[in-house]
Design a protein around this ligand. Structure first.
Ligand code: CS2
Ligand code: MN
Length: 358
């Protein structure tokens, strides 16, 4: 595996490349062109500038999170052709620039959903949290207002105010899209992009829906082992793979994370590893990465990744806000650096115990 950190670019991130380079074992970043909109073609010069900036800091761009998918593609409306063509051009340009992993998601309307961005834990740290009870009480268009003020002045990807202003309209556009239709539209999209992925060896890594169930009655398909295996089979190409995000699949306690990892051997192209602490099956918060701080056995997750021979980029996912840091919720430096170090420690121990036959 290749340890990385997500970076939002010098214009948007409170964390610098210099700081990232000083985290032991972190050699690369996962980034994107944050000023582009879904559906736009990425300019070659912008891609080059992004790579040059990262390389000048002694790091590499280990992959893109995300090249976002235009709603027309998810809805399957006639204008999707143009947006798929644009997506293909962007992939072609990324491939030519030496980028081989692209993360994306296929969630309608909302990207990840949380009901609190700064829940205070007993140690005084603050974390992102979710309760189904809170979601059940509000309308989708109120979602942004309820968390917008907790963003510490940052604009969070997936929660851009311009997009949230259109929530009602977006719901209307998705009204005829159910799970089956969404699967069909995903298949159509993947079939169209696989040739360019084959040509430039680009691994597509779909991010799970978060939480891993339907919110506000919207269809959600990338939620469990059955559905993800269906997706692998429906477009059976090694470039059609997944981002294994423990904190997203893990929102559903019925998902057996190490078992899912083993069943996806060869198709996990990117990993997000974080822990959650459940207070009840529908109330969870994003704990520190350490197993004992949350509900998941992080050793078993890392061991499963090791055993399937996972060699792609991996990153700690959302961190807690600690030591008075002011940053984008989930994306401060300190707790993610601790997370990276902990995951590196687990990996070294697993590797040595296996290679030394202990
Ligand atoms: C991420 C997602 O911050 C997060 O929760 O894991 O927003 C992820 O980047 C997208 O869903 C991937 O397209
Ligand atoms: Mn994730």
């Amino acid at each position: 595996m290749e340890m990385t950190l997500r970076w939002y670019g010098s214009k948007h991130d409170s964390v610098t490349l210099k700081q990232i380079r000083q985290i032991p074992g972190v050699k690369g970043v996962i980034t994107t062109l944050y000023d582009t909109m879904p559906g736009e073609v990425w300019e070659e010069a912008d891609i080059k500038a992004m790579i040059d900036e990262v390389e000048a800091a002694g790091l590499k761009v280990a992959g893109i999170e995300s090249v976002n998918i235009h709603d027309a593609i998810k809805i399957g409306s006639p204008d999707r052709e143009q947006y798929i063509d644009n997506y293909i051009t962007t992939l072609e340009r990324l491939g030519k620039a030496g980028i081989h992993m692209v993360c994306y998601n296929f969630m309608p309307v909302f990207d990840w959903t949380r009901t609190e961005l700064a829940r205070v834990r007993p140690d005084g740290s603050t974390v992102l949290a979710y309760t189904q009870e809170a979601v059940d009480k509000i309308k989708p268009e109120e979602m942004f207002n309820s968390i917008g003020s907790d963003m510490n002045g940052f604009v969070m990807p997936g929660w851009e105010p311009e997009r949230m202003a259109r929530v009602k309209e977006l719901f209307e556009m998705y009204k005829d899209v159910d799970d089956e239709k969404l699967f069909e539209n995903l298949k159509y999209f993947l079939e169209r992009i696989m040739p360019v992925c084959d040509k430039y060896d680009i691994n597509m890594a779909i991010h799970p829906d978060d939480p891993a169930w339907s919110v506000f009655g919207l269809p959600r398909i990338i939620i469990n082992k059955e559905n993800i295996l269906r997706m692998m089979k429906m477009v059976d190409n090694p470039h059609n793979g997944v981002t294994f995000c423990s904190g997203s699949y893990g929102t559903n306690l019925e998902n057996d994370l190490p078992d899912m990892i083993r069943s996806l051997k060869g198709r996990i192209h990117f990993a997000h590893v974080r822990n959650l602490k459940f207070n009840s099956p529908t109330d969870f918060e994003e704990a520190a990465h350490l197993s004992s701080d949350g509900t998941f056995d992080m050793y078993e997750i890392m061991k499963a990744l090791y055993e399937i021979g996972f060699d792609g980029p991996i990153r700690p996912d959302h961190g807690r806000m600690i030591w008075d840091e002011v940053a984008m919720p989930g994306y401060g430096l300190y707790d993610r650096a601790l997370g990276a170090t902990y995951l590196n420690g687990l990996w070294e121990a697993i590797e040595k115990s296996q290679t030394r036959g202990l």
